[in-house]
Design a protein around this ligand. Structure first.
Ligand code: PLP
Length: 399
């Protein structure tokens, strides 16, 4: 007998924090990705061309041939010693600061880093400052722990730290401030050098923890990175990193670096989340770093994404009517459109009918604003289709 799925039978048993629209936003985005006919600017996924298939396969063969058991076993909760050492060395090379052994842990991706921070710090009703707009997954993580979200606006130089300063002086008392300083998702902008210094000074003065998400940091198009917040102020910053955009998301790996007292709590939160991140991925990542392969691939990935970004920006300039404006990313995956007077959710639905996937801006705000905004991701779309996709989209935008 066929089993038909029922809805509503268990809803009254669901925990309160999981009700409402907590997961619908992501489902909306993922829904687009299933349609092969779409020219999709929707998902922020890496281009599969950047996946090191052959090297991954070589490493797996080596692990099997040499009889290695570590790669196939459970690991300590903080991570394998070799992987921690390789990641610490890499942080030193690319951020200028090596975390001490008790300042680092391996996570199962950036999202798990955020989840562990939430689990460690947040009681119901605690205040978390976020950027407006910000990463949908982070909004969902903070909401999942019933935090009060206070959004501070951004401009071309990232989070408006002077606005934050005013709010703090007026009594705002957050436990956490979540920021994506480099090539932000979704806005595609980076926090200026002066604001980085000002932000960590505010954290010290007002006693909150900065949660720095560096998901796109290594995907800048030029070679001149700004200092990470964690390298500037390891006393008040916990950094959540991911290898999803620089290695492959299939292994679900990242790191968290922060004050020893904080990482000890994160390790203990991880103990009853997933106990440890997968050993196989950790060993692969370790070798991928040690053999210099990560840097070789990154150099190619940056060229690929820069090229796609330039093609997107040129298409926007060619097709969009006057009055529409957008950010010019210097790295990462995104450009953020402002279309005065638009209803972007309606536009997204009409765009899907016209064969184009976009994400409406409201998904990146905690308060439903963003109605005139659209996130365009250039990371996974076929470059040869970018111009046509933007032409179609522009045709739906009233002049
Ligand atoms: C800002 C940001 N942080 C974290 C993540 C998730 O990283 P991971 O795949 O490692 O969980 C993403 C993925 O899109 C992201 O955009």
């Amino acid at each position: 007998m066929a089993v038909t799925p029922e809805t509503g039978r268990f809803e009254h048993l669901f925990a309160e924090r999981t009700r409402g629209d907590v997961g619908e936003g992501i489902a909306f985005v993922l829904g687009f990705l299933g349609r092969p006919d779409l020219i999709s600017f929707a998902g922020g996924f890496p281009d599969p061309l950047t996946f090191p298939r052959e090297r991954a396969s070589q490493l797996l063969e080596e692990f099997a041939a040499t009889g290695e058991s570590t790669a196939f076993q459970y690991t300590p909760t903080r991570g394998l010693a070799g992987t921690l050492d390789a990641v610490a060395g890499r942080l030193e090379a690319v951020q200028g600061r090596r975390p001490a052994d008790d300042e680092l842990l391996i996570t199962s991706g950036g999202i798990e880093g955020l989840e562990l921070v939430c689990k460690t710090f947040l009681d119901r009703g605690d205040t978390v400052v976020i950027e407006a707009p910000t990463y949908l997954g982070a909004i969902m993580a903070f909401r999942g722990f019933e935090a009060e979200l206070v959004a501070v606006p951004m401009d071309e130089d990232g989070l408006q730290v002077d606005e934050l300063d005013r709010a703090l002086a007026a009594g705002l008392a957050p436990k956490l401030l979540y920021t994506i300083p480099d090539h932000q998702n979704p806005a595609g902008v980076s926090l200026s050098a002066e604001r980085r210094l000002a932000l960590v000074e505010l954290a010290r003065r007002y006693g909150f923890l900065v949660v720095e998400d560096v998901a796109y940091r290594e995907l800048r198009f030029d070679d001149d990175p700004l200092p990470s917040l964690w390298s500037l102020a390891p006393d008040v910053v916990v950094q959540a990193g991911t290898t999803s955009k620089t290695f492959l998301p299939g292994v679900r790996l990242g790191w968290a670096a922060g004050p020893a007292e904080v990482t000890a709590q994160l390790v203990s939160a991880k103990q009853n989340t997933d106990q440890c991140s997968g050993a196989l991925g950790q060993r692969m990542l370790e070798e991928y770093i040690r053999r210099g392969w990560i840097d070789e691939q990154l150099a190619k990935s940056r060229v690929l994404y820069r090229q796609k970004c330039e093609t997107l920006l040129a298409a926007l300039a060619r097709w969009m009517p006057d009055g529409v404006h957008w950010t010019r990313a210097e790295g990462g995956f995104f450009s953020w459109l402002t279309i005065p007077g638009a209803d972007a959710t309606d536009l997204a639905a009409r765009a899907a009918e016209a064969g184009v996937g976009i994400v409406p801006g409201a998904l990146f705000y905690s308060d439903g604003s963003g109605g005139e905004n659209v996130r365009l991701s250039f990371s996974m779309v076929d470059e040869a289709l970018i111009d046509e996709g933007i032409e179609r989209l522009a045709g739906l935008v009233a002049p």
